[in-house]
Structures are given as C-alpha cells and as structure tokens.
Write a protein that binds this ligand. Structure first.
Ligand SMILES: [Ca+2]
Ligand SMILES: [Ca+2]
Length: 371
C-alpha cells in the first residue's frame, strides 16, 4: 500500500512539473581535468592542472602593477615571478628592487576566461612561509553589477599570513559586511602543515550559500538570511548571484601581511590544480521545490521576502506574480518592486523554480500596497 501511495505521489509530482520531451543529456566534463567527476553529481567543467610547459594564457591573465592591491602591499607584480614547474604553478616572491618597490611577485586571474556562478571550486596548494607573506586564493565579480568594491562582493576561499603560520582564513565581503566597516564575515581553521604540505582548499557555492572546506572538512558557512537582512536589498548582504573569476596571488606586507622578514626570500606559493565542478542537474535533479511559505513585507520600502524553498539541488530563481500576471524573477528570497503605481494595492504570489525547470506550488497571496 505504501509503495502504491508513493507511486501515486510520484506520478502526481511528475505530472505537476511538466517534464520536457527532450532526452537527458549528461553534462560533459572538460577534457583537461584530471578528475572528471566527483560523487554527488559533480562534473568538472573547467580546470588547469598546470601540466603544460608554460602558463596557459587562454585561461590566465597576468596583473602587472605596483599598485599594492589596495592594501598598501609592498610587491611589484610581474609576469616573470610565475612559472610552471613539475605540473604546478609556482608564484615566487623575491626581495629585489623593481620600479620603486623592494619585492617582486605575481598575481594571476581568470577574468573573462574562467567566470562562474555557483559550483564547486577546488584548488590544491602549498603555502609560503615567513613574516610578511600573504598568499590568497580568491574570487572577484566579473561585471560588478552592483557597483565597485565591496558592493558586488568578494569571496576569499583561502588566505594565509606568514606571521600566523598555523591558520588559514575564509572570508566574504559585501556592501553590508566588509572589513572597512569591521563587519566582514570570516572563519579560520588550524592547518599546521599549510606551509609544508599540499592541501585542497574548496568552496561549494549554491544560491544563497557558500561553504568553505580544507581537505573536505567544512569550516565556514556563509548564508543569506532574508529576515535578518530585511533592511537592505538582498545583494547588499549577499551579491553572490553573478559570475566571479579566480585570483591567485602572493602579496608581501600590506594591511594583512604585516611586517616583512627580509631573511625569508625567495618564497614560493605552489598551486597543483584549479578545478571547477558543476552539478549535472539534468541527470540528478529529481525533486520539485517546496511551496513558497511565509511571504511577508520587509522593513525595506516596497520589498517582500519569504522562506527559501527546499529542493534536492537548489532553487535557481523565484517567479514573482502581481495580480496573477508573471511580473519578474528573483535570484534569492527577497524582491523589491520599483515600477508599480503608488498607493495601489496588489495581490502578490511567488513560485520557486529549480535548475531543470521544476516549479513549486504557488504561494499564498500577499496583499501589498506600493508606496
Ligand atoms: Ca598539477
Ligand atoms: Ca529539484
């Protein structure tokens, strides 16, 4: 009986989500990734194993400057301080006078060459040592849709400073939460062998959520909470719904790096690989998102929010209905109206949609007056 009931329920759900006629095409892994798939439906879509003779400039840009990274860092970034050695990208910081700076190093990015929204990002690396070193594996927004730093966000997957050798940090910066305000959200984990052994630094980034890991151990959770952030536009709290690119660099000194011990040089930051995985949604997504609940009016003017829907692989977007007409989509569980008629009252409904197009039941009506 239970089996029959399950079957009926399943049929109901399948009928409810308008299955497409097209056959499922599994996501194809990138050719040059040494680990094509990971358990849980992850497929490698972009990678650099650093197996070539030289740095692959179809994937990487060099940032060449003595700008100091906005943090009064002491290095000049050149092309010459990065090379491929034995299957690894090696960024070497040196003590040498160069164009007015006392140190040289390198900073590489994947901007416009490797830009991603959501996924699983794994970087295997060994860190330099000594006071003044500041290696980082991080991501910045490609288009900065929400404005200059920190409005469009920053994701620090791994930061480390030689003056605090046993710890690595993971931090996010946004308009509401950033280090200029002292409100950035950060975590650290003790990794005593960070400078002597390779470790896997990783984030899993899903809509409304970024989780950070070292060697598969989760130590940081960044999550958008609409009720807590109902005083601001969602992207002031959590702008992580747009493309971001990688940055790999070894800074010297500066705001976080601190005083430099000149006896340590040269120092190398070695990266064995950078791999990007995406869920193969078409092959793995089975469930319809749960009905949108607790639709309510936010503190922020002309703004509503609701509880995030549950889904097996996440909600891609929410459809916003105004007086039964599809009006717009929201990436997270908050929406601000900006083109309705002042003083008029509308009937609002919201529906969740997952990455394969499964749609939830529609929410209860929220009666809303545009101000
Ligand atoms: Ca490698
Ligand atoms: Ca689903």
């Amino acid at each position: 009986m239970k089996k029959l009931l399950s079957l009926i329920l399943l049929l109901f759900i399948v009928a409810g989500c308008e299955p497409s006629e097209e056959p499922v095409v599994p996501l194809q892994p990138a050719q040059d990734c040494d680990e094509a798939t990971l358990e849980g439906g992850w497929v490698c879509v972009w990678a650099d194993e650093f197996n070539g003779e030289t740095i692959d400039e179809t994937k990487w840009n060099f940032e060449v400057n003595g700008y100091g990274g906005g943090n009064n860092e002491l290095q000049y970034y050149t092309r010459e301080n990065a090379e491929i050695v034995d299957g690894k990208l090696v960024i070497t910081a040196k003590k040498e006078s160069y164009l007015g700076k006392d140190y040289t190093s390198s900073r590489l990015t994947t901007k416009y060459k490797g830009d991603f929204t959501y996924g699983r990002f794994i970087i295997r690396a060994k860190l330099p040592s000594g006071a003044g070193t500041w290696p980082a594996i991080w991501m910045m927004p490609t288009m900065s849709l929400y404005g200059g730093w920190p409005k469009s966000g920053e994701i620090d997957i791994m930061e480390h400073v030689g003056r605090d050798p046993d710890n690595v940090f993971s931090t996010i910066h946004t308009e509401k939460f950033n280090h200029n305000l002292g409100t950035q959200i950060g975590y650290d984990i003790t990794i005593p062998t960070a400078e002597t052994e390779f470790h896997e630094y990783e984030i899993i980034w899903n809509p409304g959520e970024i989780l950070t890991f070292v060697d598969g151990v989760q130590f940081a959770t960044f999550r958008y909470t609409a009720a807590f952030n109902q005083d601001v536009l969602y992207h002031a709290a959590f702008p992580f719904d747009q493309d971001f690119f990688f940055i790999l660099n070894l800074a010297i000194g500066g705001g976080l790096g601190g005083a430099v011990d000149d006896s340590i040089f040269p120092q190398a930051f070695e990266i064995d690989y950078v791999r990007v995985y995406k869920y193969d949604y078409q092959s793995i997504d089975q469930e319809v998102p749960s009905k949108v609940e607790d639709l309510q009016i936010a503190q922020l003017k002309n703004t509503i929010f609701w509880d995030p829907s549950k889904d097996d692989y996440g909600v891609e977007k929410y459809a916003i209905y105004v007086d039964d007409e599809l009006y717009d989509f929201a990436n997270l569980n908050q929406y601000t109206f900006d083109r309705l008629e002042e003083g008029k009252t509308y009937q609002i409904k919201v529906q969740a949609i997952d990455f394969v197009g499964n749609v939830s039941e529609i929410s209860q009506i929220l009666s809303f007056t545009y101000l």
